[in-house]
Design a protein around this ligand. Structure first.
Ligand code: 8DG
Ligand code: MN
Ligand code: MN
Length: 335
């Protein structure tokens, strides 16, 4: 069996971190179906099968053209028997058979999924607003607000947009920002101060601050969770609308979800890479590092098990180079 990293030039890698996945998806009819299925399975607690469908969808997103015949899938990685069956259904020239009806007939769990969504919607007071996608324009307006607050608290700190918007997406479910502080220790005090400022400006609707539990000496973890120990907060912010006002009660703002993370300076590059995502891209990057390179990667560091050393990185390019990978730009990480 061939070593997965020793692939011929034209072959599609089973690792998302060896594929360039832009937002230009030529196989949307297949990936939408696979992702609906993955989402349903996730809500039912079937994480394993869900991941298999996510991996299949992610691989299809990286293809340079639409699949035209089922036989074309023969030499592609990440496709199991079930993913092939979904692709086959989508190939059928019968528009009346929507894939979601096909799928739900195979799932006994659409009722619990609905109940869960219902519970969540009652939990969130601003559910209606925050379930609407955030546009790039709104993200830019928020960046100005966050930057102003951060600089007011610490003039030497800088703010960068991360998450989906850094990958070039036009819409997101939230806006993610990473804060860089040049002095040691500043990362622990900046978020409470920023939250205080938003409160005083009367634009804070909700905040959940998680203080840093980061230990500089700890090894990167083996698990694939996108969790990290940096100081971060989950916010809901009031964003003024530009032109149109809400018909109801003249509401001239909308609620937007915002995530802020403030890592220590020497771990900034690893945090930036982790928070840029996509989740699946990062999951495969960690898996590749561990299985193909004997290195442990997480949002805090890259650790070489052979030499027992941490590998420093000034730029994201340094991290890909440490892993012997071609550099993949943020907009090519939409796996
Ligand atoms: P979207 O908002 O456009 O829908 O997508 P996204 O920007 O890619 O997803 P996200 O859920 O906002 O997460 C952005 C990245 O942040 C994603 O790769 C996961 C990563 N992330 C971490 N750690 C943590 C964490 O502790 N909390 C959250 N919320 N995200 C984290 O690496
Ligand atoms: Mn996001
Ligand atoms: Mn987020």
């Amino acid at each position: 069996c061939a070593h997965p990293s020793a692939k011929p030039e034209s072959a599609v890698s089973p690792y998302a971190c060896q594929r360039r996945t832009t937002l230009d998806n030529h196989n949307k009819i297949f990936t939408d179906a696979l992702e609906v299925l993955a989402e349903n399975l996730e809500l039912c607690g079937n994480q394993g099968p869900s991941l298999a469908f996510r991996r299949a969808a992610s691989m299809l997103k990286s293809l340079p053209a639409a699949l035209r015949r089922l036989e074309e899938t023969q030499h592609l990685p990440c496709l199991g028997e079930h993913s092939r069956a979904i692709i086959e259904v989508q190939h059928e020239p019968r528009p009346s058979l929507s894939v979601s009806t096909h799928i739900s007939s195979h799932l006994s769990c659409s009722a619990p999924a609905e109940a869960l969504i219902n519970t969540l919607s009652h939990r969130f007071l601003f559910y209606e607003d925050i379930s609407k996608p955030v546009s790039r324009t709104e993200a830019s307006a928020l960046k100005i607000i966050v930057e102003e607050a951060v600089i007011c608290v610490n003039p030497s700190a800088t703010v960068s947009i991360t998450g989906g918007f850094r990958r070039g997406k036009e819409f997101g479910h939230d806006v993610d920002f990473i804060i860089k502080t040049p002095e040691a220790g500043q990362e622990d005090v900046i978020l409470p101060a920023v939250i205080k400022r938003f409160k005083s400006q009367n634009i804070l609707l909700y905040s959940d601050l998680q203080e840093s539990t980061f230990d500089l000496r700890k090894l990167p973890t083996h698990c694939f969770e996108a969790m990290d120990h940096f100081s971060k907060c989950f916010l809901i912010i009031k964003l003024k609308r530009e032109q149109e006002t809400d018909a109801r009660a003249g509401k001239d703002w909308r609620a937007v979800r915002v995530d802020l993370v403030a890592p220590p300076l020497e771990r900034f590059t690893y945090a930036l890479l982790g928070w840029t995502g996509s989740t699946l891209f990062l999951r495969d990057l960690r898996r590749f590092a561990r299985l193909e390179r004997g290195k442990l990667l997480d949002n805090h560091a890259l650790y070489d098990k052979a030499t027992n050393t941490f590998l420093p990185a000034k730029t994201e390019e340094d991290i890909f180079a440490h892993l012997g990978l071609e550099y993949i730009e943020p907009w090519q990480r939409n796996a």
